[in-house]
Design a protein. Structure first.
Length: 74
């Protein structure tokens, strides 16, 4: 019984990590963000949470690059 409970908690913990990706993830994985956005455009689903996260993640990544470029010029 104890083993079943431990196994159940472990499975729940692992499955929790398999959810939708957020904007922070996509800001660090821009190739995946571009791929996801391409899928969203093809499926015409701009209201999907993961589509929004991919768009926001790409925006953050681009803003970070611009900020780095501006810092380098100072």
């Amino acid at each position: 019984m104890k083993r079943l409970i431990v196994t159940s908690f472990a499975a729940a913990f692992l499955l929790a990590g398999c959810g939708a990706k957020d904007a922070e993830y996509y800001s660090k994985h821009t190739d995946e963000a571009k791929e996801k956005l391409s899928e969203c455009v093809k499926a015409n689903t701009n209201q999907d949470k993961e589509c929004s996260a991919a768009a926001e993640g790409l925006s953050r990544a681009m803003a970070d690059k611009v900020n780095e470029m501006l810092k380098d010029k100072k």
